[in-house]
Design a protein around this ligand. Structure first.
Ligand code: FES
Length: 135
């Protein structure tokens, strides 16, 4: 293998790090809500949900307790997109880390991620962007 080939392979592997397995799901959007099929969380219990007009996706995660949580995947430090790494969300820009519920575990971010109410309705997961029951 030529040195040049090694460098190209190395960069490709780095660019996939952390988020290679998380699927993006296009929701059925209605005013104030994002709706996806429960099955879209998949076996790993997570997904990014994004519509074309959203600057950052919402990250959905089923916790060990069974509860599904949803946070805006926009770092409260300077707006980069945190990615799930092991048991937390890690921001690739300056190293902030958040729990899946959005709490700050490590700065420089000082504020939690925006968290949304989530309900399960039949075979769907509903993310309430404007508060539960708002339409
Ligand atoms: Fe996330 Fe700076 S933008 S740590």
């Amino acid at each position: 293998m030529l040195r040049r080939d090694f460098v190209v392979l190395g960069v490709s592997a780095l660019s996939l790090g952390g988020c290679a397995g998380v699927r993006y799901v296009a929701p059925r959007a209605s005013p104030g809500r994002l709706v996806i099929a429960l099955a879209d969380l998949g076996d790993d219990g997570q997904a990014f949900v994004q519509t074309p007009d959203m600057q950052r996706p919402v990250y959905l995660r089923r916790l060990a307790s069974g509860e599904i949580v949803a946070v805006l995947a926009s770092c409260t430090h300077q707006g980069c997109q945190p990615e799930p790494v092991a048991d937390r969300l890690a921001c690739p820009c300056h190293g902030s880390e958040f729990s899946f519920e959005g709490l700050v575990l490590q700065g420089p971010a000082e504020r939690p991620l925006t968290r949304y109410d989530v309900t399960e309705e039949g075979g769907d997961v509903v993310v309430w962007l404007a508060g539960r029951g708002a339409a």
